[in-house]
Ligand binder design. Sequence first.
Ligand SMILES: Nc1nc2c(c(=O)[nH]1)N[C@H]1C(S)=C(S)[C@@H](COP(=O)(O)O)O[C@H]1N2
Ligand SMILES: [Mo]
Length: 568
Amino acid sequence: MPMLFTKRAPYHVRSLCTTTSKHLSRSKCAHSSPIPTISARSVSLSSPLPKKQRKRSAPTSLVALATISATLLAAWHSSCTLHAEAPPEQEDDRDQNAKEDGLVDGTKRTFRLSDISAHDKDSQSPWVIKGTKVYDITDWIAGHPGGNVILRAAGGSVEPYWNIFSIHKKQEVYDILEGFLIGHVDPQDLVDGQVPLDSIDDPFDQDPKRDQRLIVHTDKPMNAESPAPLLSTFVTPVDIFYVRNHLWVPRLVEKEHKLVVELDDGEEKEYTMSDLRNNFQQHKITATLQCSGNRRSHMSQGSRHANGVQWDAGAIGNAEWTGPRLRDVLADAGFNVADPPDELQHVQFVGAEAYGASIPLAKAIDPRGDVILAHQMNGKTLSPDHGFPLRVIAPGHVAARSVKWVHRVILSEEESASQWQQRDYKCFGPNDTEKPNWERAPAIQETPVQSAITCMRREEGKEETKDVVIEGYAFSGGGRKIIRVDISTDNGGTWNQAETDIDPVNNGIRDWSWKRWKYVVPETKILGATVVVKAVDEAYNTQPENHEPTYNIRGNLTCAWHRVKYDP
Ligand SMILES: Nc1nc2c(c(=O)[nH]1)N[C@H]1C(S)=C(S)[C@@H](COP(=O)(O)O)O[C@H]1N2
Ligand SMILES: [Mo]
């Protein structure tokens, strides 16, 4: 039986502190203030197709459907455990007749919702509903580029899924589906001519509960950021670590979880979680994850509206991650990490819910690249939102490449074919807003230098002198150290340096963690003033003064000076 859609009231979100980029005050760092109700929104992902498909073998039936997206080809890897093992089911005669009749004229038959729901993912003949039409997708599954992911919808409406995988919303896909039409939903089960909402499967209904302090931008899928003032510790607590999900949270069982490594010759090697924990040296790295969209709202406010979730400065966090090196696992699987073939350039990762991304092979096999397959975050088993039981951590690279719920690693000549590699996480010229050339822009990997103000508060015990402590983070991609953090309390007219030796000193060669900084100033000096921060990394890269030069329609990699007015 499909899970039922629970008619939940929209989330009421409360957080300790609401920070906005324009306005951040002492009082806001200290106590709670309610945030307005945020209603559930369904997020539609951009969709057109990447031209190149990854070179690898595919079932022959797939060729016939090759016009459907390479994005779903990536998803195709994600699902191998969902079906096929189910025992043969006794179909009732009516179903059989319906199917036969359907071949002749599928429009004549009607089915009760209760009958349709029996044709779920475990059934021998899975059905889906779209609108009020019923389709038997049994013969589509083998060839469906998204593979068994479509079975998630079996027994109910396919629409909630196609709202997520918006790539389906086009005529050629509808035409394929039409070939599987077997009838209509019985009018007795319709309300106002439609399938009632409460019978529609909600892909998100197994999502975990989240900490109420997170600032929720969308709840299905969950996109929630840390309230900036809570980013006040070197290691960010798991509960308030930002959550960025494109889809639902797959509920996985550690004992059953397997990681498949697909080598360049197509050979596959499988690892259980216990193999990964016990048969490899475990590494602990402290690394910052930053969403490509962190501070996007600052770009929207400082330049023009940029598409995507309007994150403030809290789509970033620093954590301790533990697991084996990807390099060691690849070597164990039989890959020559010391001398890889030239044409192999990428390592693709596939998440169990269908997300996918890739990193350059050079990063994956660099002994100092520290790419790990993490099963722990801050010393504890990963939480469902952050990738339980296994996720990639590719430190120094944009967080979109640190694939959660990873269950497949593929060595390839090509990047991941997913929309998150081919389209969403790229930048374009400030002028390139109408029809950006997706193929020309490279996928974001290492990230530029960044800094932000997270809190301004009166120093404790210094009430008479009324010093204000300004705090924040600075971070750069590629393991480049932050060498300086510059602060201005007159909107960029004059500068001083912030204190940066707050956190443990990194003696390693690369710096995967943010550097927190602090600057203390008499309150009288900054009342009504605009405080600005900019950072410099070891390559002497720094941040642009304004948002316009780095404006891009996707709002990725916002990194202009962060300006906040002090107005207690
Ligand atoms: N499987 C999977 N991995 C994923 C994502 C996802 O939606 N699914 N989101 C990516 C993006 S865009 C970001 S910013 C990080 C967020 O990681 P977090 O939710 O643990 O903070 O995960 C990345 N890995
Ligand atoms: Mo992200």
